[in-house]
Ligand binder design. Structure first.
Ligand SMILES: Cc1cc2nc3c(=O)[nH]c(=O)nc-3n(C[C@H](O)[C@H](O)[C@H](O)COP(=O)(O)OP(=O)(O)OC[C@H]3O[C@@H](n4cnc5c(N)ncnc54)[C@H](O)[C@@H]3O)c2cc1C
Length: 387
């Protein structure tokens, strides 16, 4: 682009904040807004694999992430009784990068926000857009605070329930439940786990992921229909009972399950996915990240895909081409890759849930012992492909 662009990013989540930095690094003036008052976020931690790490390197955030994060070279799989089944490596030390690094979500948002501010972006919390109108040369935004702004491009990075998607792409792309839910809780890392472990249960799994020597988080995933409303005072007890049902009274994770009872911050997330087909833009309004392609976390890559989106957009906007050519090239580069990861994330979830009866549970355990490491290597190679 010849002139520095003025870009509004709606949503200061993982994708919005990292994209702000990617765009500031090519000289754009970037304003970020978020409807939330602060960086609080559901869920405790998350991990970035090689693709996410590579994208962070591109925006100058890798070193800090490696310094604050916790390296996780792979996952050990166990059955419900604690018998070791297999190791799923996160991949080789490609490009000198660890296979995966985990971090507390709030810490990541704080780090990414500071990086964007250091690069000259503005961030306003407790703010959303009430109206966006566009013509051939500009988008006019009216903010909930009453003021207005003129932009060359507006990016909806406002997550799975995106208002921008709803207003500019239509209700038909609303999130679709995929039949699974996640229960998440922060726990003490009593076992001094150095890398994540998965315990395959009957009809779901329990995953423990260390964030440091002292802290870890549990994600319990299980098939669950509907969207029941749970009493927040009962969440820890319900999560504990769900976990107990998966392991059918086994002693294997009994200590962690007991800790769940005392967890003060249990997050319950029904899994839904979003797929907005080509193109992810309507004129100068574009959606990216979960707003365009929310997936299940089964490849641990929704956040990484959001970061990649912003990096690829910045690469294309930096070229000597029109905005629409840049947008078309972003679509050409993103659509097949994100679709492959999106689809695989759903398939992996359904495979895991197919383990409710003693027979299907035995099949699943055998699969994890024999075949999962190879299926996992496919995921590694998919994620390692250049974006
Ligand atoms: C259980 C679970 C585990 C996961 N684990 C991983 C993992 O290990 N690795 C990984 O890569 N991914 C993981 N993910 C996926 C990852 O969390 C998402 O893909 C990622 O957060 C998407 O980033 P985003 O910026 O697009 O959206 P979000 O992170 O959801 O951010 C959206 C932002 O927009 C703001 N917003 C919403 N509406 C408005 C509005 N109207 N106006 C202004 N602001 C608004 C919100 O407040 C929020 O700050 C996991 C997801 C789940 C559910």
């Amino acid at each position: 682009m010849a002139e520095p662009m003025k870009i509004l990013i709606v949503g200061a989540g993982i994708g919005g904040l990292t994209t702000a930095s990617a765009l500031a690094r090519i000289g754009a003036h970037v304003d970020v807004i978020d409807v939330k008052p602060d960086n609080s976020v559901a869920g405790v931690g998350f991990g970035l694999r090689i693709n996410g790490l590579r994208a962070l390197r591109e925006i100058g955030l890798l070193e800090k992430f490696l310094e604050l994060g916790h390296p996780a070279p792979g996952i050990d799989n166990y059955d419900a009784d604690g018998n070791f089944l297999s190791n799923m490596s996160y991949g080789t030390q490609d490009e000198g990068l660890p296979g995966c690094v985990t971090m507390a979500r709030v810490a990541f948002l704080e780090m990414a926000a500071q990086h964007a501010l250091d690069l000259g972006c503005t961030i306003r919390m407790s703010t959303t857009v009430t109206e966006l109108t566009q013509d051939d040369s500009t988008v006019s935004a009216t903010f909930s605070t009453g003021d207005r702004g003129e932009y060359d491009l507006v990016l909806g990075f406002d997550g799975i329930n995106s208002q921008i998607r709803h207003d500019h792409f239509g209700q038909k792309y609303a999130p679709r439940p995929v039949g699974g839910v996640a229960w998440r809780a922060a726990l003490p890392n009593r076992r001094k786990l150095m890398q994540p472990i998965i315990c395959q249960g009957y009809g779901g799994k329990i995953m423990l992921t260390p964030l440091s020597e002292d802290t870890m988080y549990m994600v319990l995933t299980v098939a669950e229909d509907g969207r029941p409303r749970y009493d927040t005072a009962q969440m820890a007890e319900i999560m504990h009972d769900r976990a107990g049902a998966l392991t059918r009274g086994s002693e294997f994770l009994a200590d962690a399950l007991e800790d769940v009872r005392h967890s003060e911050n249990v997050a319950y997330t029904p899994y839904s996915t979003v797929w907005v087909p080509y193109p992810w833009f309507r004129g100068r309004v574009m959606i990216m990240g979960d707003a365009a392609h929310a997936m299940t976390p089964y490849l641990g890559s929704g956040a990484a895909m959001s970061i990649e989106d912003g990096v690829v957009l910045a690469q294309e906007l930096a070229k000597d081409q029109s905005l629409v050519d840049a947008q078309l090239n972003v679509m050409k580069r993103r659509l097949p890759r994100v679709r492959a990861v999106h689809d695989r994330s759903i398939e992996s979830m359904l495979e895991e849930f197919d383990s409710v009866t003693p027979e299907t549970y035995r099949d699943r355990v055998e699969y994890l012992r024999r075949d999962e490491p190879i299926a996992n290597e496919y995921a590694n190679r998919l994620l390692r492909m250049p974006y």
